[in-house]
Ligand binder design. Structure first.
Ligand code: SAM
Length: 270
């Protein structure tokens, strides 16, 4: 591959992934729009709408004096949350659709430069100076600061393909989720139709590194992003990895988006 990722030591791979995201942090949001022709916004909107985060006080079971009050809000962990794109959507949905002012999101990312962009964006959001949104530097493969069985919803969007040990990250997701908690992953996947795949590969291998060079002045990082998509497991392989980590997988286990360019996988901790 371009960076020879298959042959370099794992620690070196982690450093190189770090360098890629430090390099793209400032231009990350603009580049996402250009590379996906804006479609990543629709995928992210769908991902969040489908998860329906937040506890709606109007539909929550009534509390009586003999039962303790229902816990307020969801405790959400957005792993590889980068500049906060998913976190803002989760909180907006909880607040405006479910009238829930208590749900919290912790954005965890290994890269301080991506987190810095997220913190900057948070300053002009309704969640500035509230305890509903927080940013922490953490490696998804070892979430030492997150207690076991403490999380209602674990989200990871366009992150897991960059992890060195995906199986370790899935085991950590399982550990931190409460029983009944949901693991939800939005990630690039495998295109179903050979014809569409040929068009898509032409676009991604030729146009994306070129846009990276012209707009962000960084061809190599965007070349890496394209190659990491190519190496990521298929829908069924990834579904099986989620099962191996101990999750129950609803239905066939995933939903294809835009012909399989991306897919949403889910697992429930029993
Ligand atoms: N979730 C955001 C979104 O959808 O816009 C950001 C996705 S960005 C493509 C991938 C993120 O994964 C980067 O911010 C990178 O720093 C982070 N990342 C890579 N390896 C990680 C790891 N082992 N643990 C936590 N985050 C990681």
């Amino acid at each position: 591959t371009h960076f020879g990722f298959e042959t370099v030591a794992e620690g070196v791979k982690e450093q190189r992934v770090g360098a890629v995201f430090s390099s793209v942090a400032a231009s990350y949001d603009t580049m996402n729009d250009l590379m996906s022709l804006g479609i990543h916004r629709l995928w992210k909107d769908h991902f969040v709408r489908n998860l329906n985060p937040g506890r709606n006080p109007l539909t929550a079971p009534p509390s009586s004096t003999s039962t303790p009050p229902a816990p307020q809000g969801w405790n959400i962990l957005d792993i590889a949350g980068g500049t906060g794109d998913i976190a803002f959507r989760l909180l907006d949905h909880a607040s405006t659709i479910n009238h829930d002012a208590h749900t919290t999101v912790t954005v965890a990312d290994i890269n301080p430069d991506m987190l810095a962009e997220g913190r900057k964006r948070a300053l002009s959001s309704p969640y500035a100076r509230t305890s509903r949104l927080s940013f922490v530097e953490a490696n998804a493969e070892s979430l030492t600061t997150i207690p076991s069985s403490s999380i209602d919803l674990y989200t990871v969007a366009f992150g897991i393909r960059n992890f060195t040990h995906k199986d370790a990250a899935l085991r950590e997701a399982y550990r931190v989720l409460k029983p009944g908690g949901v693991f939800a992953c939005l990630e690039f996947s495998k295109v179903n139709s050979p014809l569409f795949d040929a068009v898509y590969k032409r676009w991604s291998f030729a146009a994306i590194p070129l846009i990276g060079q012209l707009v962000a002045g960084d061809r190599d990082s965007y070349q890496y992003l394209v190659e990491s998509i190519e190496r990521f497991p298929s829908q069924t392989e990834f579904r099986d990895m989620i099962k191996v980590a101990g999750f129950l997988v609803p239905g066939k286990g995933w939903e294809d988006l835009t012909g399989g360019i991306a897919a949403i996988h889910k697992g429930v901790k029993p």
